[in-house]
Write a protein that binds this ligand. Structure first.
Ligand SMILES: [Zn+2]
Length: 316
């Protein structure tokens, strides 16, 4: 049987992850490179192409330089039909970028582009924490909050490809501005950045960690018995739970996968989020339905494996 080669690429604001995977799901090469700064589109496409060509040479795999496909995921508003990234705040792209054709100009093969959380939900369903589920939602709790929907056994992209932006749903009317231009989006109250904003609001300047406020620091303070930190985390867990309960009520999935740095390796926190989700969702969605909230299993490669599933046709 012929072996085919596929390159999977996850473009982040500071790092780009590249994996060469063959048609039997074997990883032949894996490399993390710095995202070019400034991260203009041509520089990013050029850095990806350069890494692919160098890897083909160094691994003595000439076929890797002309792969059967390249799957690329990145944060932002991505139109997968047109191979267009409409906007990517992480990369400072504010006008539409034809990323698919930029990469294709460098390496001539089919190129597929997806939003990173859309790719991640597919990865977790095929290879990770949501295996066997036909209706699953992936939510990443990080600096921001993103989401991807896998419904009726396939990726749900929405009309323009922009479905799943759970972080910018509006649930709380308390007047916090969001970087999307709106106010009171879920992520202004429940993301890693939101935790830091709450800490700044509730603590005296002098008591703060010399101005260094991170999610990890707030968790540390709570572990040491600081009641302000504990109440910040309790509120964050409830706000996240409200967001997830809306997803459960709206979509009736059997599984919500939670990824991202905020809840990673913090099972107590995830348990709290689960309690609040169960409390606020309609009962049929979480009691009659066999429903679970689980930690992501594939980070930081969920998007990579999702792109692999999509480009090889394992998932539509
Ligand atoms: Zn927003």
């Amino acid at each position: 049987m012929n072996n085919f080669f596929y390159w999977m690429v996850d473009i982040g604001g500071t790092k780009i992850l590249l994996l060469l995977i063959d048609s039997s799901s074997r990883v032949l090469f894996r490399k993390r490179i710095n995202t070019p700064q400034p991260s203009n589109p041509e520089a990013v496409a050029g850095a990806i192409a350069k890494t692919i060509k160098e890897a083909a040479r160094s691994e003595s795999l000439p076929a890797a330089a002309s792969p059967s496909g390249i799957g690329v995921c990145t944060a932002g508003f991505v139109d997968n039909h047109l191979g267009l990234v409409h906007q990517s705040p992480n990369l400072d792209w504010h006008d539409p970028v034809p990323l698919g054709s930029l990469i294709k100009e460098e390496i001539d093969c089919p190129v597929q582009i997806e939003n990173d959380t859309n790719a991640a939900v597919v990865g977790e369903v095929q290879y990770g924490a949501a295996r066997g589920h036909s209706n699953a939602v992936y939510v990443t709790l990080s600096t921001g909050i993103g989401g991807g929907f896998y419904l009726n056994g396939r990726l749900y992209r929405g009309t323009g490809g922009f479905a799943g932006e759970i972080g910018h749903t509006k649930a709380f009317g308390k007047g916090r501005p969001c970087k999307c231009g709106g106010t009171d989006c879920l992520e202004t109250w429940a993301s890693g950045s939101a935790l830091a904003v709450s800490a700044r609001e509730m603590w005296d300047e002098g008591e703060l960690n010399n101005g260094h406020i991170s999610t990890a620091w707030v968790f540390d303070q709570a572990d040491q018995g600081n009641t302000i930190a504990q109440s910040i985390l309790e509120h964050a867990a409830e706000n996240i739970g409200l967001g997830l309960s809306n997803l459960a009520t709206l979509l009736n999935p059997s599984c919500i996968v939670v990824g991202g740095g905020v809840a990673a390796n913090r099972s107590d926190f995830l348990d709290k989020v689960t309690c609040y989700t169960m409390k606020h969702a309609i009962k049929p969605a979480v009691e009659i339905t066999s429903f679970e909230i689980v930690a992501a299993a594939l980070e930081p490669e969920a998007g990579i494996w999702g792109m692999y599933s999509l480009i090889t046709g394992r998932v539509e």
